[in-house]
Design a protein around this ligand. Structure first.
Ligand code: SF4
Ligand code: FES
Length: 360
């Protein structure tokens, strides 16, 4: 095992409640109910512990974090702990007054999700009528308040052909950054993969559109984009490496090395009620299982990229190989690569349009 570094960021999943029903949601299929959520006081103690460990950022996420009535108190608590606060939101549940209050209590940044570029498409994908018009208003209030705005657009087969319009919309909304996020096939997204998987041609065109827009918009808006896993040559360093720079706390307080880590059966997860966050981070069994490089099998063990991508994604390795301690099958050096690519192509070719919407 390699000695743990300081976690730079805490992903705080404040709640799984959300008015939207996005079929690509990465929350687990078994959602946590309100009655099990951590209280305001416990969350603020978690923020203080994370800051004392050296964390710099907290991402206030969900579900929809605005579903918590104490979001303003939580934001203030995180800010008082010394953390940079980023609200990851669908916008639904926010009002102009709430945004002003959040800004006054120390909110530093807003990341707003969009599902499509017109009300009909966006509201169908999000499973929530009126969502699009709310988001447009929220973006305006955020920018008017002087808060930096990032737009997050999860792309898939049913909206990727409108990527150029998505980029223009983010510019018009006043975003400083656009995350063109390819769907990650965990949780609900895995369940909906036949309706979401893009074709190879869509991905190729998407890459060209982003490259052109990055050049044209340099100095105006930053665009984040990575090639979808199954069409990439090498995996991305998922989570920046397992147990290396970030940790996640679920609505009921389970401490995870990755938001999807509970899909890996056989790992022992601890909660914030069990022992201090710093101890769980440094020697919790789930964190030490795949930290560093000592756990790696071949071809990772002798690969010169092993400290660049940290062997890719453990959740993906488990989903495909039944063993999280194997090479991420999206890697072109992995024996499973051809199988993953062929499966994705077959899913895209099915042409299923109907969604299985996220629900409790
Ligand atoms: Fe990364 Fe392992 Fe593939 Fe090398 S063999 S590129 S370390 S996943
Ligand atoms: Fe869990 Fe990649 S999604 S390690």
């Amino acid at each position: 095992m390699t000695a743990p570094q300081i976690p730079m960021a805490l992903l705080a999943e404040l709640t799984h409640r959300c008015p939207l029903k996005c079929p690509y949601c990465s929350n687990p299929v078994e959602l946590i109910r309100r009655s099990e959520e951590l209280t305001t006081e416990v969350w603020i103690d978690v923020f203080r512990q994370a800051a004392a460990m050296g964390a710099l950022h907290v991402h206030l996420s969900g579900g929809e974090p605005a579903s918590r009535r104490d979001l303003e108190d939580l934001t203030e608590g995180a800010r008082d702990a010394g953390l940079y606060t980023n609200l990851i939101t669908s916008g639904v549940g926010l009002s102009e007054a709430r945004i002003k209050d959040l800004a006054a209590r120390g909110l530093d940044h807003v990341q707003l999700s969009i599902q499509g570029v017109d009300p009909e498409t966006a509201d169908r994908i999000g499973g929530y009528e009126g969502g699009f018009s709310t988001k447009m208003k929220v973006a305006g209030w955020v920018v008017a308040e002087g808060l930096p705005l990032t737009v997050n657009a999860v792309m898939h087969r049913q909206n990727l052909d409108r990527l150029a319009e998505t980029i223009e919309m983010a510019v018009e909304l006043g975003a400083r950054r656009l995350e063109v996020a390819n769907t990650q096939y965990h949780g609900w997204a895995y369940r909906n993969r036949f309706a979401l998987m893009p074709t190879e041609e869509q991905v190729r065109r998407g890459g060209q559109i982003v490259a052109e827009a990055r050049e044209r918009l340099a100095g105006t808006m930053v665009i984040d984009y990575v090639t979808p896993d199954h069409l990439a040559k090498f995996p991305k360093p998922c989570m920046g490496g397992w147990g290396r720079i970030g940790l996640c706390v679920t609505p009921r307080g389970t401490v995870l090395p990755c938001h999807a880590a509970e899909t890996i059966t056989g790992l022992d997860f601890e909660t914030v009620h069990d022992r201090p966050l710093a101890e769980i981070w440094s020697n919790g069994p789930a964190f030490t299982a795949y930290r560093g490089t000592n756990w790696m099998p071949e071809p990772c063990a002798s690969c010169d990229r092993k400290t660049k991508d940290w062997g890719g994604c453990r959740c993906q390795a488990f989903a495909w190989n039944g063993d999280a301690g194997t090479t991420d099958p999206v890697c072109s050096k992995s024996s499973g690569h051809a199988k993953v690519r062929a499966a994705a192509m077959a899913e895209a070719a099915e042409g299923v349009d109907a969604f299985d919407y996220r629900s409790f």
